[in-house]
Design a protein around this ligand. Sequence first.
Ligand SMILES: Cc1cc2nc3c(=O)[nH]c(=O)nc-3n(C[C@H](O)[C@H](O)[C@H](O)COP(=O)(O)O)c2cc1C
Length: 220
Amino acid sequence: MNNEEFEKLKFNFNDTEDLINNSTEFYKLMQNRRTTRDLSNKKIPKEVLYNLIKIASNAPSGANIQPWTFCLVTSDEIKSKIRDEAEKIEKLNYEKWFSEQKKFDLQFTGLDYQKEFLTEAPALIVVFKHKYRIENNESIPNYYPMESVGLAIGMLITAIHYTGLSTIPYTPSPMKFLKKILNRPSNESPVMVLPVAYPKESALVPIITKKKLDEVLVEY
Ligand SMILES: Cc1cc2nc3c(=O)[nH]c(=O)nc-3n(C[C@H](O)[C@H](O)[C@H](O)COP(=O)(O)O)c2cc1C
């Protein structure tokens, strides 16, 4: 190990009481995170959006390759293009492709093919994964790109909620149209669209429950 390539870890060593308080407080905050489809068009400062992307991009990734691009869309024209294409696809999905099981599973969301949030939100963050990278004209596969991007998105969603805003992890299928509209290179593929917005004051969310600790925890 070459010590010259290491630096002192920056870390707050909290005592036990702080650990309990911090985790309890953060749990209380995150318990209120909900996917909110009623988004308002109230403006959000660019600085906030950049901070959110910096937080997401600070996620761990396989061999620190950081196999992601965050496309920040605030242009009304591009948001409209994304919505138009998404609604075309969704309409076909609802009318033709969705299985009865999927329609049943989605019933509680009250969703249909219309995706107003794509034009209503002041910003969309479209996340792309890099399956491989190009070095010296060679394509080199990246390590765990899907897991890495999933972690970055998880941090992004957490940061959006912590900041006081709302989002929807939106996954149109197929989503190739995003690559075309945003003109991304061949090694990138779209993973998710995350509108960033204030919720409407009148926003409603489906009544759902989360699994209890004893349903998800196995202790050894
Ligand atoms: C991978 C993934 C894909 C999702 N895709 C969509 C989607 O395309 N449209 C949508 O309205 N919600 C989508 N959601 C949101 C889920 O419906 C939502 O997270 C779930 O109903 C639980 O609600 P909650 O986020 O309020 O806890 C997606 C969530 C995840 C994690």
